[in-house]
Every structure is written in C-alpha cells, then in structure tokens.
Design a protein around this ligand. Structure first.
Ligand SMILES: [Zn+2]
Length: 501
C-alpha cells in the first residue's frame, strides 16, 4: 500500500532531472502547509485522519516487514484497538532491525558503517533515505531511516504549526521573496536527529528558508556577531544554550531585541522552567515555546504559538501516556512512560514505541484554540545537572557532551554519566549481551568531543565498563547522576543547585 498524503504533495526533487519541478516545489510546499495548518481542522477530522493512517501503516507493516508480520499475526489489523497491538522497545527494534524495516536492502551493520563516516552526513543512503542516530537518553543508540517525504514533513510541520500566520490563503508563499531565517544552536554537526534533519533539508527549501547553524562550543562573541549579522526570526536550541544567550542580551553584550527581527525562540531537548521561559520572553520580547520530539518521531509535537508547551500532531503520530503496565492515564495525571506511534515513516515502522518520559497531558483545551492535544508537562527529561566548578563559580555541562560520542558505539546497551567531583566524571557503559566494549575507543570518542567543545582542560573523566546500571528509586535507570551535588547538598542544603538561579 502506498503511503497516503491527503494534505498535499511533497515534491520529490530527485524525480525531476530538468529542475522544472524544483521551481514549482515551493508553491506545492506552500499548498501542503495550507493543509497542515491546524486552526481549520477540528478534533474529529484529526481523529479520523489518525485512524486512517494507523490502519494504512499497519497494513503496510504486515505486508512488507517480516518482523511485524510475525508480531501482528492473528490480529485483525483493520479493526483491532490500539491497546491490542504489541509495544516495541528500542532494544527490540535494534535486535530485529533488518527484518523490521520494509526495504530489504536496509541492513543495520551497513547503515551503522555509513553513519560512522561523518562525510556522509546529508547524503541520501541508497539514494533515497535520510539516516540518523536517536538522540536523547534511552540507553543504547538506535538507527532511524526515513524517506524524503518524511524528511520534508519535518519542515512542513514546523512551518505550518509552530509559527503564526498572517493570512489564510497560501500563507507561506511570501517566503519566496522574504525567506524565513532560523538560527539553530546545537552541538557540532553529526547524525543525531536534529542535526541530521537540517543536513537532509530538502533542496527546494533553500529559497524560502535560511538556516544559520551555530555551535554552543564556539566562543560566545563569535556566536553573537553571527547572530546579529543574520538577524534571525527564529532561534532554536537547548534550554541551557538559550539561557546563556539571554544572559548576553540582558547584559547588553548582544542586541538582538533592538534589531527587531526575532519572533520566536524554541526550546528543544532540555527542560526549560516557566520562570526561565518568562525571563527569555521579557529579555528578547519574543514568544518562547517548547518542542517535544525524538529521532524516532521528529514531528511528534509542535510548539504552541501563543502559550508555553507543545501540541501533539495527532494526525501524524500517536502519543499514549501510560502507567508502568502500559495502561492509559487520564489527562492531568503524570504517566510513567509514553508509547509513540509514528504514522508517516513507512520504511521503518515504529508502532507503540516505549519511551521513558513522564508526560502529563492538559485536561483543558489550550487557550490558543488549536484542536491538537496539548502537553502540560514533561518531567522525565529533567536530568540531574552536570557542571564544572572553578573557584566558586559553576558552569553547566550539557549531558550531550558525553552522550553524543556514545551514539557511535553500537555495542552499547546502557550508559550512565556520573559527576564525582568539581570537574570529575565517570562514563559507565554496559555492553550488549555477547558483545565487548573497547574502553580505549570510547575514551578516544569522548575525548574528541570534549576537546571539540573546548572543555579539554576543564573535564577529567574515566570510562568504566560495568555489567549493569543499578535502577534508581523510580525503578528506572538514571543516565545522569550527580553524586558530587548530593554530597554538596548534604553539606549545605540551602545552596541552589544551579549557579544562575
Ligand atoms: Zn496552544
């Protein structure tokens, strides 16, 4: 069965050797956006679309994936309820990767080798697939393959749902004359999902969408100068990096507010407190929003255009908030994990995929008027913070400094980063069953990343291979642990954990 895109046609540029379609592509893209715009959909239409896409995905998975044919055997996939479908863990997905995907040419080992060579970033695998490692904090790394339509959708949804529109008819067509300018503040380029999404950005977006990539490991003065020259309308980054920019603006070392271009700031991948979000809004006079997504489902949510938090793109994905036994919890109640179904990735079907995030859905509709379900809170991603302490001042170290290099270690089952001293860290790694881990290789990978982040002289770390990571009090693995903070807190309980609060 062919994937179905009732919202419009996303153009495949590779099918267009003459380049004529490339010229039409932005117009067709604008039409697609028109269809995705949520404020002229209603909850029933969205639900119907979700149901239709779920059935199409299940039929495709059973027809083309040996894994799903086996797992879903005996189920009436045209009528069964969502709860009848088996869940999928990351470990299961990776163990059965080669038979789970629906293109038999895709092989885990070969894709992993492809991603080991950074020069492949942005190059379509087998001429048609974008490849990424999962981001986030789910222990072992996972590979994600998606086709060009899925890659386009990431941007279509971002345009249509995470920005305010001026008019109803072909609202983004004006971008042909006046391209959107987005600054993205991340770690250096790589195959992790957010970086890969930009690397695989469809070519036809070039005239309507300018991107400035900044690395928060570059000197702040350099980033400030480049931001002021670029005059972004949108800035996307991790909370800690956005807060650092806010401090520069507040101290008047940066003047983005005076330049008047900035409309929206989007936080991804790290929790941003309400207080910190409010402060950023005051400093920049721009709307601050959140996005909750993962490499396995990049369009899971879009930031709310008027309030804080995000809306689930329920026509393109299913987010089930559940307790420890996969039973649904009602809106307003925090779940212990979520089950994510990606309704647009047909090459690597991801159905009821378990993610250890503690999410609370809003019990009341959002004030913005969107019919899409609103997420009130995400608690599971609040990691213990890591920092470097030097002469009484603390500087936060993003977990990603240690996590990003581990994405290259496919023999890895689990990991834990522990801060043990003012600048001392232990990277604990657990091998997959029957595999061994090379301490030297992991040390080298982490060291390279620490060096590239400019933290070589500030961070001392050890690699420890252990058989398992003990479970924390919530029954989950805590992948970031600050033992040093715990000793400090015991000694001076009133001291704030973060230097800037
Ligand atoms: Zn809203």
């Amino acid at each position: 069965m062919k994937p179905e895109w009732a919202y419009g046609t996303l153009v495949k540029v590779d099918d267009d050797p003459t380049g004529r379609l490339l010229m039409l592509a932005p117009i067709r893209f604008a039409l697609t956006l028109q269809g995705l715009y949520p404020f002229w959909l209603d909850a029933d239409k969205i639900k119907a679309k979700q149901e239709q896409r779920l059935r199409a995905l299940l039929a495709h998975a059973v027809a083309k994936s040996p894994y799903y044919r086996r797992r879903l055997a005996g189920l009436d996939i045209a009528r069964c309820s969502l709860a009848d479908l088996p869940t999928l863990t990351k470990a299961e997905m990776m163990e059965h990767y080669d038979e789970l995907v629906t293109d038999p040419r895709l092989k885990k080992a070969e894709i992993a080798a492809f991603t080991d060579d950074l020069s492949n970033l942005g190059r379509l695998y087998l001429g048609k697939y974008g490849v990424s490692h999962t981001s986030g904090s789910q222990g072992q790394p996972a590979l994600i393959v998606q086709d060009e339509q899925a890659l386009s959708l990431i941007f279509a949804v971002q345009f249509a749902r995470a920005t305010k529109l001026k008019r109803r008819f072909l609202p983004h067509l004006g971008r042909l004359l006046n391209p959107a300018r987005m600054a993205v503040l991340t770690v250096k380029p790589g195959f992790y999902p957010s970086a890969a999404a930009f690397a695989y950005r469809p070519k036809y977006l070039a005239p309507i969408f300018k991107v400035l990539r900044l690395s928060h490991s570059d000197p702040m003065e350099t980033n400030i100068r480049r931001l002021e020259e670029f005059r972004p309308e949108y800035i996307t980054g991790y909370a800690s990096a956005l807060e650092a920019l806010g401090r520069e603006e507040a101290e008047r070392r940066m003047n983005l507010r005076r330049l008047g271009s900035l409309k929206q700031i989007t936080n991804v991948a790290e929790p941003l407190s309400d207080a910190a979000g409010d402060k950023l809004e005051r400093i920049f006079d721009a709307h601050v929003t959140d996005e909750y997504a993962m490499g396995e489902c990049m369009v899971l949510t879009s930031g709310c255009i008027t309030g804080r938090g995000s809306h689930v793109n329920a026509d393109l994905a299913i987010l089930e908030v559940v307790d420890g036994n996969n039973r649904p919890v009602p809106p307003g109640t925090e779940g212990s994990k979520v089950l994510v179904t990606n309704l647009y990735n047909y090459v690597q079907p991801i159905i009821r995929y378990e993610v250890d995030d503690r999410v609370t859905m809003s019990a009341a509709p959002c004030n913005c008027g969107s019919p899409l379900p609103h997420i009130a809170k995400i608690a599971g991603r609040t990691k213990d913070l890591l920092w470097i302490e030097d002469g009484g001042t603390r500087r936060e170290v993003p977990y990603y400094v240690f996590l990003a290099p581990l994405h290259h270690v496919l023999e890895l089952a689990e990991h834990q980063i522990v801060q043990t001293g003012p600048k001392h860290f232990v990277v604990r790694v657990v091998p997959l069953r029957g595999k061994t881990l090379s301490v030297d290789r992991i040390r080298q990978l982490v060291l390279e990343n620490v060096r590239e982040e400019g933290l070589e002289s500030e961070i001392v770390f050890d690699i420890e291979v252990v058989p398992e990571i003990p479970l924390g009090p919530s029954g989950k693995v805590s992948r970031v642990k600050n033992e040093y903070a715990q000793t400090r807190t015991a000694a001076s309980p009133t001291r704030p954990v973060r230097a800037d609060t």
